[in-house]
Ligand binder design. Structure first.
Ligand code: C2E
Ligand code: MG
Ligand code: MG
Length: 561
């Protein structure tokens, strides 16, 4: 059967049998070929037939007597030549090559005659369809389907390659997070959110010559910066932030997004992909806390454990779903009469495994993750219902104070949602007081607008933790603020300089005709000093800790009697 393939020259194919086989192989879809060796030992073609060979212009007529190196590009030629040499030593081989747009699975085997290898015969099977399907699957596994960016899995591979190749040259990882993305998604809809993610990823992509951006998931992107030092990484992050400040137009909406970026440098900030990412992520959270459009490099002093934070975020989402929040109420008392004039609603989280968690621990996480918005909404609704319930029971609590975080306050539908809650609870705005911090004033036009609108609803505004935040106090005379709450840090320790600060805050409040309340009042000494300064409203452990509803009601009963 092998006779026709070992005929010395094609011109000699004169037997009927040879012509028959020639016809058969010409009609095969895949390629059949043969190599022999020329005088100088080069592998040269003696046969190449099949429909695909014809399609590619690689039939015997074109290739006869040509060496592998003359026919194929260098990398393919080297592989075929090497394998052909092996086959000439007597072994069978198979391998895959790519030629033009085709992929082939190639088999080579020696033709042995009289114990001598006289030629090597092979087939090249077209596996293009299979390869393309494979590539598609691979592409799906390593790319994000929305932005078409490489995903975290590919990033890990690339970082590992960089670490292997680095020869001690440094590289950087940036962790980028879009601020308030969830809010944009909720307000404008998911398809808008998707378009935003694509636009942002393209913007960043266009800043670089090579593919350096990966989608980590959600609104988080990673940027890998090979061969960069600390200064270059910082400059690049700042360029990204600058580019982000140009407004985007999506579905005829002009929006400006802000980002927070954390950076980590190899090898200083970590020697594995996991550690580098963890540190860049921790730095990003730190940047986020500092405000919008900030970059932060990882440093060992960043006291954020992002793993704990992630766990807490997950648990917080569950807390909303499974009603793990409660409100405690702390009275605000008139020193002279001992009368409870109002209560402050303070959030408590009863974690199923960890018990009560302090708001100082979980509120910052809720703010970073924007979960404070639904949580704050729950707080307001619950406090209003409770207030109504107390009024129904005949407890005359003048005012319910609710803490409103900056992010919640800045939601475009904040005032509307307040109105709806008041309506549902059948409550007038006059019985509500919002405690905001001075940080809200950083966006003055927004603060001004919202405070005026709340004022129209009759809601009073109290500045919480006064004296610890914003430096300019001009807002106090420009906005309808009702009350200042002297931060508790000024009472402990109650030393000379703190006394001076308290005195001047009280003087300022007097001047501007603002109410004043001192918080963190724990001792007789505190009460005496505040009373002396004519600060009549106080809140603190000296009178009562924040209490659950039933205990608070006991206090009201006592007062009534
Ligand atoms: P804040 O609004 O300044 O609340 C006063 C904090 O001081 C409360 O801590 C209260 O329990 C505590 N406190 C009251 N009297 C005394 C005292 O005599 N001595 C001392 N050492 N502390 C006293 P809490 O409940 O742990 O809340 C901490 C912070 O968490 C609050 O500070 C507020 O900023 C935030 N927070 C609490 N509930 C909410 C809420 O519903 N929404 C938002 N956005 N923030 C909240
Ligand atoms: Mg407060
Ligand atoms: Mg406070």
């Amino acid at each position: 059967m092998s006779e026709p393939f070992i005929s010395k020259k094609d011109e000699m194919k004169n037997t009927k049998e040879e012509r028959y086989f020639e016809k058969v192989i010409k009609h095969l879809y895949n390629t059949v070929f043969k190599f022999s060796k020329d005088a100088s030992g080069e592998c040269i073609f003696t046969l190449s037939e099949g429909r695909i060979a014809e399609k590619m212009g690689m039939t015997t007529t074109a290739l006869h007597d040509k060496s592998v190196k003359e026919v194929f590009p260098e990398d393919v030629a080297t592989l075929i030549h090497k394998t052909c040499e092996e086959a000439f030593k007597g072994s069978n081989h198979s391998f895959e090559i790519k030629l033009d747009e085709y992929y082939f699975l190639v088999y080579l085997s020696p033709i042995i005659e009289n114990n001598q290898i006289i030629e090597v015969v092979g087939t090249a099977i077209d596996i293009t369809d299979r390869k393309l399907a494979e590539e598609k699957i691979k592409n799906l596994a390593f790319h994000d389907s929305l932005t078409e960016l490489p995903n975290r899995r590919l990033l890990e591979q690339h970082v590992n390659e960089l670490i292997k190749e680095s020869n001690s040259s440094s590289f950087g990882i940036l962790f980028l997070d879009i601020n308030r993305f969830k809010y944009i998604n909720d307000t404008f809809g998911h398809s808008f959110g998707d378009k935003l993610l694509i636009t942002i990823s393209n913007r960043i992509k266009n800043m670089f010559k090579k593919d350096v951006i990966y989608r980590q998931g959600g609104d988080e992107f990673i940027i890998l910066l090979p061969k960069m030092n600390r200064r270059e990484i910082k400059e690049t992050a700042e360029q990204i932030i600058a580019v982000m400040q140009n407004s985007l137009s999506i579905d005829n909406e002009e929006i400006i997004t802000t980002v927070s970026i954390g950076g980590a440098l190899y090898p200083d900030d970590g020697d594995s992909v996991e550690i580098l990412l963890k540190h860049a992520d921790a730095a990003m959270y730190y940047a986020k806390r500092r405000g919008d459009n900030k970059f932060q490099f990882f440093s060992k002093n960043l006291n954020i454990n992002s793993r704990n934070k992630f766990k807490m975020e997950k648990d917080l989402r569950k807390a909303i779903k499974y009603n793990q929040f409660e409100l405690f109420y702390q009275p605000q008392v008139n020193i002279d009469s001992g009368e409870i004039v109002g209560v402050e609603a303070l959030l408590r989280w009863k974690h199923p495994d960890l018990g009560y968690i302090s708001p100082n621990k979980f509120i910052p996480v809720a703010e970073e993750t924007e979960l404070i918005v639904p949580i704050g909404h729950w707080v307001l609704e619950t406090a209003c219902q409770q207030h109504m319930n107390w009024l129904d029971k005949g407890f005359s609590v003048d005012r319910m104070s609710v803490n409103v975080s900056q992010l919640q306050f800045n939601q475009p539908d904040f005032v509307k949602s307040v109105q709806e809650i008041l309506f549902r609870c059948n409550l007038s705005g006059g019985s509500l007081e919002f405690e905001i911090t001075e940080s809200v004033m950083a966006d003055f036009p927004q603060a001004e607008r919202v405070i005026h609108q709340l004022n129209e609803l009759g809601i009073k505004i109290s500045i919480d933790d006064f004296g610890t935040g914003y430096s300019s106090l001009s807002y106090l005379s420009r906005l309808p603020i009702h009350k200042l709450k002297i931060d508790q840090s000024f009472l402990s320790p109650l030393n000379k300089s703190n006394k001076a600060i308290i005195k001047s805050i009280i003087g300022l409040a007097d001047n501007l005709q603002l109410e004043i309340v001192a918080e963190g009042v724990e001792t007789k000494e505190h009460v005496a000093f505040l009373s002396e300064q004519n600060c009549k409203l106080v809140q603190g452990y000296y009178f009562s800790k924040p209490l659950p509803v039933e205990k608070e009601e006991e206090l009201f009963m006592k007062q009534k009697s």
